[in-house]
Design a protein around this ligand. Structure first.
Ligand code: XIL
Length: 366
C-alpha cells in the first residue's frame, strides 16, 4: 500500500487520508491485519463491500484496505446491477471495486452469475416468454470475458439446492433458470464461465449447510446429491462455496457434522471456500458483551474445523463492520428495536470485537 503514488490513490476513487491514516485513536496497539496473518498461512481473508461505501466513508475504506486480502461485491456483480436494462451492461460499480482492489494489492472474486434472486424484472419476463439460451450463456460470456484473468473465482451458480421442491436430485425448481432450461442450466453456466475465463476458479455456492438441524441436514444431503450429478457429467466445478451465515442462537452447531460434510466435499475432489461468513446474534441475551463472547466462541470453533483441512482456501466475511451488515436489515436476523446486529469482526464504530480476535487466533493457529 505504502508504495502507491498519490495519483494511483486518487484513481482508485478514494482520498489519500483513507489509505495512509495512522492507526485509529481508540486503539492503543495497532490492530493486527487479518489479510497479513492469513497470507502468512497461505490462506485467503476477504470481505464483501460496495463501491458507494468505499467512496463515501474513508474510515471504512481504510479498514477494508488494511484488513481484506480479497474483495467481493455485496451486490454490484449480481445480474440486477450489471444488466439493469436488457443488453446494457453497466460495470461502473464493479470497476470501482476492482480499481480499489488493485490499488491496494487485493484480489477480487465475483458473486454471482446465476441466481434465482437479484435479477432484473425484464429478465424474469423475457425468460418466461422465451427461454433463449443467450440470456444465460451470452451474459456469462460477456461478463466473464470483461473480467478475464482478473478474478480469483466466480460464484457461477448461487443457491441451486433445495431438497424439498420435489426434484429427485435435490435441485431448487422454484427458479427462473430451472423453469427455463431444466437441470442443464447449471451445466450450461459452468461451461460458459470456463470457456470465457479459464483462469477463474468456478464455485457452486450455497447456504445453510452449516446448521445442526433438519434443514441443515437437508442442505448437506441435497448439495452432495446435486454435486454428484454435476460432477458425473464433468461439469467444471472447482470449489464448493460455503456461505456460512451461522446463527448462534437459532441453530445448533456441531464440529463433527461440519467436519464430516467438508470431508465429503473434499472426497469429491473439490476445494472449499467460506464465502459469506457472519454470525446472526438474533434471539440472544440482551447483554451485548455476552453475545459478543458467544459469537466469538462459535467463530473459533467453526474456523478451527475449516482450517484443519488443507482444501479450505480461506474465508470471506459478508461485510466487515456491523454498521453495514445485511444482518441488521434482513427480516429473519434483524433486531426489532433497530440495534445493529453484532455478527461481523468490527462493531458499528469500527472497533474490533471478540469475533475479530477469534478470527485472528484461528488463522494464526493454522
Ligand atoms: C444479500 C445482500 O447482503 C443484501 O444487501 C441484498 O439485498 C440481498 O442479498 N446469500 C447470498 C448473498 O448469496 O448474495 C446475499 O446477499 C445474502 C445471502
Amino acid at each position: 500500500m505504502s508504495n502507491l503514488t498519490r495519483r494511483q490513490v486518487m484513481k482508485a476513487g478514494i482520498g489519500a487520508s483513507a489509505m495512509f491514516a495512522a492507526p485509529p485513536a481508540w486503539s492503543a496497539e495497532p490492530t493486527p491485519s487479518l489479510r497479513k496473518i492469513a497470507a502468512d498461512k497461505g490462506l485467503i481473508y476477504g470481505v464483501a463491500t460496495s463501491s458507494g461505501r468505499l467512496a463515501e466513508d474513508p474510515k471504512y475504506a481504510q479498514l477494508v484496505a488494511t484488513q481484506a486480502g480479497m474483495l467481493v461485491a455485496e451486490g454490484e456483480t449480481k445480474r440486477g446491477s450489471l444488466e439493469p436494462k436488457r443488453g446494457h451492461l453497466n460495470f461502473d460499480g464493479a470497476n470501482k471495486i476492482l480499481r480499489f482492489a488493485k490499488a491496494n494489492g487485493q484480489k477480487m472474486r465475483g458473486h454471482t452469475l446465476v441466481w434465482h434472486i437479484g435479477n432484473p424484472e425484464w429478465l424474469v419476463d423475457a425468460l418466461e416468454k422465451k427461454p433463449d439460451e443467450d440470456l444465460l450463456v451470452g451474459y456469462i460470456d460477456k461478463v466473464c470475458t470483461k473480467f478475464k484473468g482478473q478474478f480469483h473465482s466466480w460464484d457461477v451458480v448461487n443457491e441451486a439446492v433445495d431438497l424439498n421442491q420435489g426434484h429427485p436430485d435435490g435441485l431448487r425448481t422454484d427458479s427462473i433458470w430451472y423453469k427455463a432450461f431444466g437441470d442443464r442450466y447449471i451445466d450450461m453456466a459452468f461451461h460458459a464461465a470456463r470457456a470465457a475465463d479459464p483462469s477463474a476458479l468456478l464455485c457452486l455456492n450455497d447456504g445453510n449447510t452449516e446448521a445442526d438441524a433438519w434443514w441443515g441436514e437437508d442442505m448437506r444431503v441435497g448439495s452432495l446429491k446435486v454435486l454428484d450429478k454435476l460432477l458425473s457429467r464433468n461439469v467444471p466445478i472447482d470449489i464448493f462455496g460455503m456461505e456460512a451465515h451461522l446463527k448462534v442462537y437459532k441453530a445448533d452447531y456441531s464440529d463433527k457434522m461440519i467436519s464430516d460434510f467438508m470431508d465429503e466435499l473434499i472426497a469429491r475432489g473439490l476445494k472449499i471456500l467460506i464465502t459469506e461468513f457472519d454470525v446472526a446474534d438474533i434471539r440472544g441475551p440482551a447483554d451485548a458483551v455476552q453475545r459478543d463472547a458467544d459469537v466469538a466462541a462459535l467463530t473459533r470453533r467453526f474456523l478451527d474445523v475449516a482450517f484443519s483441512k488443507p482444501e479450505v482456501l480461506g474465508c470471506l466475511n459478508w461485510g466487515i463492520t456491523d454498521r453495514y451488515s445485511w444482518l441488521s436489515s434482513y427480516p429473519d436476523y434483524k433486531w426489532s428495536d433497530g440495534q445493529f446486529s453484532r455478527g461481523l469482526p468490527f462493531d458499528e464504530n469500527y472497533k474490533p470485537k471478540p469475533m475479530f480476535n477469534a478470527m485472528v487466533a484461528a488463522y494464526k493457529a493454522k
